[in-house]
Write a protein of this length. Structure first.
Length: 371
């Protein structure tokens, strides 16, 4: 039979009902209607919840092999990491064993030297732990809020540090919280010292780049990339020796007498959650002249008589006695009233030690001034 004579029309059974185009249009409109209804009125939300609840055990069963494989990998990787950390810790302990054994000896030697030089003992700075709650939303400042306030003894100006270094300073205190201005804030300034060269400077915040800048440094200053900057302690706020930043870039411009030195802060508030609050060093310092213990006056017998051939040592001793006498005159309340003879012997010793015509110098000094 020729192919052209075949009947290609569908059987009578498939000719029943609407046409294919009509059905396509209907179901397309129904799909759009269901999507709009689901997006606006959440009509399929209960159905979705029921299906998700029914399929949850099936999902867990299908994920069990993958989770078991990940757990095994993490277990063996953790064992290897733990072994590596143990080996590294043992090497560090071995390397530090000699230093640890010498700590007591060095501490005793340090105490003896400080007593010999009559240096003030190092101050123990009180501290308290705190937690960072959130960062403020002001785009022009860099501040965070901690969970300690006036009710916990927090005061204005308290330094805040994290395990890496100086984080900032408390600038506003509430009863239960406090606001900390970070070192990267545009109004923050920290007196620093270069740990390599012992050269002092001031580091300012750069909030745009979340960094810091060491300003007013000469163009030929001995500063190198990678130098570590620490607090100098000269401001009476930050204790000396706290790490602050590291030199990241130096721009020595020919048209300026100062170099532009960009710093990278060591503390990172975005990764730190727990911080430490320190008491300002200015609150812990005591005036040695106000403590009621006057400096011992140098006896007259300890200063040799001056002549035209007086030695440098005699002049230095006389100057020290003059400074002691001037400090005693500046703080009369701190010296006991039973020591007038000390001042008189000091003045007499100074008069006998200084060259002719200079014996009246102590009486011409202002209170507290240098001779």
């Amino acid at each position: 039979m020729p192919l052209a004579t075949l009947d290609r029309s569908p059987p009578p059974f498939f000719k029943q009902g609407p046409s294919a185009f009509t059905r396509l249009t209907f179901f397309s409109a129904l799909a759009v209607l269901l999507m709009v209804a689901d997006a606006r009125w959440k009509v399929t939300l209960p159905l979705r919840a029921a299906v998700a609840t029914v399929l949850h055990p099936v999902q867990q069963a299908l994920l069990a092999p993958s989770r078991a494989w990940d757990t095994a990998n993490h277990y063996f990787a953790g064992l290897d990491e733990a072994r590596a950390m143990q080996a590294r810790a043992e090497r560090q302990i071995t390397a530090q064993a000699e230093r640890v054994m010498r700590v007591d000896d060095l501490s005793r030697e340090n105490a003896r030297l400080r007593a010999l030089l009559e240096l003030r003992p190092r101050l123990e700075v009180p501290s308290a732990s705190a937690e960072i709650l959130y960062a403020t939303q002001d785009p022009y400042t860099r501040k965070v809020v901690i969970d300690r306030g006036g009710a916990h003894g927090v005061g204005l100006g308290s330094p805040v540090i994290d395990p890496a270094g100086v984080l900032g300073q408390v600038t506003r205190v509430y009863p239960l919280t406090s606001e900390v201005t970070l070192v990267t804030d545009q109004d923050a300034a920290v007196p620093v010292v270069n740990a390599r060269t012992e050269q002092r400077g001031v580091a300012y915040g750069l909030p745009q780049s979340r960094g810091m800048e060491l300003r007013f440094m000469a163009g030929n200053a001995d500063v190198q990339v990678g130098d570590r900057l620490e607090t100098s302690g000269l401001d009476g706020v930050y204790p000396a020796g706290l790490p602050v930043a590291q030199v990241a870039r130096i721009d020595r411009r020919a048209d300026s007498a100062f170099a532009r030195i960009v710093l990278t802060p060591l503390a990172n508030p975005e990764s730190s959650r727990h911080v430490l609050l320190l008491k300002t060093t200015g609150h812990g310092l005591e005036d040695p002249m106000a403590s009621g213990a006057a400096e011992p006056a140098l006896p007259a017998s300890a200063i040799p008589a001056a002549s035209s051939s007086s030695s440098v040592a005699a002049a230095s001793a006389a100057a020290a006695a003059a400074r002691a006498h001037a400090r005693g005159a500046a703080h009369p309340a701190s010296h006991p009233a039973s020591h007038p003879a000390s001042g008189a012997s000091t003045a007499a010793a100074l008069t006998g030690a200084l060259p002719h015509g200079a014996g009246s110098a102590p009486s011409q000094n202002k209170p507290g001034g240098r001779p």
